[in-house]
Design a protein around this ligand. Sequence first.
Ligand SMILES: Nc1ncnc2c1ncn2[C@@H]1O[C@H](COP(=O)(O)OP(=O)(O)OP(=O)(O)O)[C@@H](O)[C@H]1O
Length: 703
Amino acid sequence: MVAAAKGVNALRMRDFMTPDVPTLHPGDSIKRAVEIFRQTRLDGIPAVDENGKLTGLLTKVNLYDAILEGCSLDRPVSGFLTRKVVTVEMEAPYRYVENVVKTSPVGMGVVVDGHNRVRGVFTKVDMIMALFRRADLLNARLKAVYQAMHNGLVSVDRSGLITLLNPAAESLLGVMEEAVLNSSAEQVLPGLNFTEVMETGRVEIGKKCMVAGRALLVNFTPVIDRGRTSGAMAILQDLTELEKVAAELESVRTLQHTLRTVLDIAYDGIVVVDKDGCITFVNQSLADFFGLDPQEAIGRHVTKVLENSRLHIVARTGVPETGQLQQIRDGYYMVSRLPIVENGRVVGAVGKMMFRNLEEIREMARRMDSLENQLNYYRTELEKKGSTYYTFDSIISVSSAVIQLKQEALQAARGTSTILVQGESGTGKELFAQAVHAASPRRSRAFVKVNCAAIPEHLLESEFFGYAPGAFTGAQRGGKPGRFELANGGTIFLDEIGDMSPGLQAKLLRVLQDKEFDRVGGTRPIQVDVRVVAATNRDLEGLVSRGEFREDLFYRLNVIQLTIPPLRERPEDILPLVHYFLRKYNEIFGTRVTDITAETLGILSGYHWPGNVRELENIIERAVNFASGGVIQVKDLPAYLRGDKPGQEGPPPGGNYRDRLGGAEREIIVSALKASGGNKTKAARMLGISRSRLYEKLKKLGI
Ligand SMILES: Nc1ncnc2c1ncn2[C@@H]1O[C@H](COP(=O)(O)OP(=O)(O)OP(=O)(O)O)[C@@H](O)[C@H]1O
C-alpha cells in the first residue's frame, strides 16, 4: 500500500483506478458486451478504435435501450455508445478526481494516458475505498502521535465518557486505559474538569488541576464536528517535573552568574576560545589589561585580538602548555593554556595569564623573605625577654589539695627561694611556675624557660650559660648570652630538671650557690640575680638514691616543694576544667559548644588520665572541633576513650587516619615509658629516637 502511505493529497489517479479493464471494439456485438457486463462488475465498458484510443463508453443504460428497441444481439455496439465520456488522466490528483466524480452524471469515468489510450476506469467505489484507506492512514498516524507523546492525553465524548487515554496519561494518573474507557471522566478522574470546555466550546490553556494527587498543567480543547462540540481533549503536563526543570535552569543560571563573577574578579587574565580559536569569554582583568571591550572581543579569532596568542593551536591540538613565559608588550608574563575536553573531544581552550610581571613576583618574594626574617628576629627577641601569661587565676581547680598548693605557691612567690615543682607530665607544673613569677616582685622582668629534656645534650651548656666571643667555630662573633643571663632580675624555669647531665648539674649548683657562672670559653665569671623554679615529672629522690642526680643539687632545688597531684586523684576537677577549656576553645575557634552529655562526662571521670590536664585539654580541643549541636557527645571523643580498639571485628574502628595513627603512636610511647620506669632518656633510646623528639611527641599526644 505504497499509495496509502503517501497520504491523500499526494494520491494520483493511477493509485486508485481500476486498471486493465476489458474494452469493446466498434465491431463487437451487443452479445459480447452482455458477456463482459456479466463477467465484471463494471457499470460501463470503454470502447476503443484499432489503436486502443477511446471512442466512447457503453453503459448499462445504453444496453437496456438497445434491448428495449428489440435489436438483435448480433448488432455491433457502435450504434449505442455514449460519446461524451468523462475522462481523467493517470496523473490527475485525488482532489480533482473527487470533484469530477461528484459532478459526473454517470458516476464513473475512463482513465486515459497522454494519447487518449484507455488505461482503466474509476468508479465511486474506487473513491470510497481510497477514502477508507485515507481514514485508516490518518488514524494510524494519530495513534502513533498520541502513543509517543510526552504529554498525557485524555479524550472524552459529548457525555464526558473517556474515549482515549494515552500511555503518558496512564503513567501520570496511575490508571490503565482499558480500566477507564467509557467511564465518566468526572468520576474516575476527579479534578480533570471538562465541563467548561464542553459548554463554551473554547480552548482553555494552562489550567492548573490537581488530579490523582499530582499537580498538572492542562490545556483543554473541544472536538468540533460539523459545528457542534462532540467531545473534548485534555493535554496534561506534570507541573512538578516542570518546576524541577525550572529550578534546575535557575540554578544553572545562578552558577553561571557566580562563575562569571568569580572569573571577573580574579586577578589573573582569563580567555576562552572555541575549537576554531574564536573567543567565547574574556574576563574583566584581561579586558582591562589589553584595553578590550569583552563584548567586541567575543566571536573574533583570538589571533586578531591578542598578540602572540597560541590558544587557537591548543584548541586544535589538545596539547596543554603550562607555565610558559610570554613576552607581551615590554614585559614577560606567565601564561598557561589548557584544552577544554568534552566527551573525549577537544571543544576549545582556556588561557590564563598571570598579570603580575615576574619581576614584581620576585620582588614580593624578596619582601616576604625579609618580613619572615624580621618576624623570626622579633620572635626570638621576645622569647629572650621572656614573659608569662598564666597567673594563679588560670589554675582551675576545686580540689582542696590544689587549692592549698596554690596558697603555698602564692606565699612562696613573694620570696626568692628556689622552688621545685613536682608532678606527672601535664599536671600544670609550668602553669605553677608562671603563676609564681607573675605573683612575684620580679613579674616585670623576664621569665625564661629552659627545657632540659628538649635541648640537645651538646648544646645545653651554651644554652644555659652562653658563650664567649670566638668560643668555637660557627659561634656568633660577639658571643651569645645564655638563658641565665637573659633571666637576670627575673625567673628561670628549668623544666625536666631530672634529665640534666651530671656535668651540667655541677655547674648549676655553682650558680645556685655563688650566683655566678662562666660563659662557655669565657674567662670572667658573670654574676646574676635569678630566681630558679625547677620542675620534673621524675622521682628526683629516687634518682638521688641511685646516684643519678646530685644530692647537694637536689637539696638546693628542693627549698620549697610543690607537688601537684595527678588528675586521677582529683576527679572533681574534671568538670570545671572541661568548662574552662570549652570557653577557651570556643573563643579560639569561634564555636558555641557549651555542654557535655552525662555519658561523655562519665567516660572522662572514669578514665585514668596518664597525660593529666594536658590530655584532657587536647581531648576537649578535639571534641569542640567535632561536636554538633553545641554539646560534646561520646562520638566526639577519640577512639581510645570510646573503648574502640583498632583491629577489632565488626564496624570499622572510629576516628580518622590521624586519630588512629595517634592512637598507635601513643600505645608505643606509653609502653616504652612504662618499660623505662618513666625515664625519658631511656625510653627515647629504646625507641631509637632523640630525647628532644620524644619530648615533642609526648607534648603532641598529651602524655
Ligand atoms: N589546673 C589547671 N587549670 C587550667 N589549665 C591547666 C591546669 N593544669 C594544667 N593545665 C593546662 O594543661 C596544659 C599542660 O600544663 P603544663 O604544661 O603546665 O604541664 P606540665 O606539668 O608542665 O607538663 P610537662 O611535665 O609535660 O612539661 C597546659 O595547657 C596548661 O594550661
